[in-house]
Design a protein around this ligand. Structure first.
Ligand code: 13P
Length: 255
């Protein structure tokens, strides 16, 4: 089955609104065509301005996080309806930086994913093992657990995106090899089949972790890699544009 790629930029805690605006104007020129959908996840404060800059472009807006409740006394938090209102189509949930630095648990991530779906948006559910877990041969077990817990009670695949981001590959310059990534992606798809039967074939499974112009095509050419979640390289226009071009080439190879 041919799945349209999703190439998503995760800016993390980078870019002021003043820096984001001219950058978003450049990003608005990007087109992924039939091969790839392009999404950009700026920090919350820049969402509205970046959303306006991307309006009627081929690039959609995403958020990096959300709260599971739709409104209420949660000082400092941002709800899914607020994110929908500024035009977000995707929301990243369970990024490893939030799990590791801010103590997010699998059950909290599951609540967030459900809240995103309930509002009609798409969660990008992040999962991934640490270096220690990989060295102990526990990668597939950890992935299975995070997937099962993250998707608990979600009855069908519609709109769910998974991002496999090995923690040891994030921001380190060490990418998983295409074969290492494909092994985990195939495992993820196998587990999704148990939960959602043939619906699993429609789910996009993105790879994240030091994706760059020079490794993106090989990674996305793998059978179960359906796009990329890009951190560092998404902060430079040429580097991100080259990853979109790599997605187009990889899609051409899969036809
Ligand atoms: P890098 O591309 O900087 O390794 O970050 C990956 C990531 O965490 C995207 O969510």
């Amino acid at each position: 089955m041919v799945r349209r790629y999703l190439v998503a930029a995760n800016w993390k805690m980078n870019m002021t609104v003043s820096q984001a605006l001219p950058f978003a104007a450049q990003l608005a020129t990007l087109t992924g065509g039939e091969a790839a959908e392009i999404a950009v996840a700026p920090p919350f404060v820049a969402l509205s301005a970046v959303g306006q800059a991307l309006h009627s472009s081929g690039v959609v807006l995403a958020a990096q996080n959300c709260h599971a409740a739709s409104a209420g006394a949660y000082t400092g938090e941002v709800s899914v309806p607020m994110l929908a209102d500024v035009g977000c189509r995707y929301i990243i949930v369970g990024h490893s930086e939030r799990r590791q630095l801010l103590g997010e648990t699998d059950s909290l991530v599951n609540e967030k994913a459900k809240a995103v779906l309930a509002a009609g948006l798409s969660p990008i559910l992040c999962i991934g093992e640490t270096l220690e877990e990989r060295e102990q041969g526990k990668t597939l077990e950890i992935i299975s657990w995070q997937l099962q817990a993250g998707l608990a009670g979600i009855p069908n695949e519609v709109r769910v995106v998974i991002a496999y981001e090995p923690i040891w590959a994030i921001g380190t310059g060490k990418t998983a090899t295409a074969a290492q990534a494909q092994e985990v992606h195939a495992h993820i798809r196998g587990q999704l089949r148990k939960q959602w039967k043939e619906g699993a074939e429609r789910v996009r499974i993105l790879y994240g972790g030091s994706v760059k112009a020079d490794n993106a095509e090989e990674l996305m050419s793998q059978a179960d890699i359906d796009g990329a979640l890009v951190g560092g390289a998404s902060l430079q226009f040429e580097a991100f544009a080259a990853i979109i071009e790599a997605a187009k080439k990889a899609a051409g190879r899969k036809k």
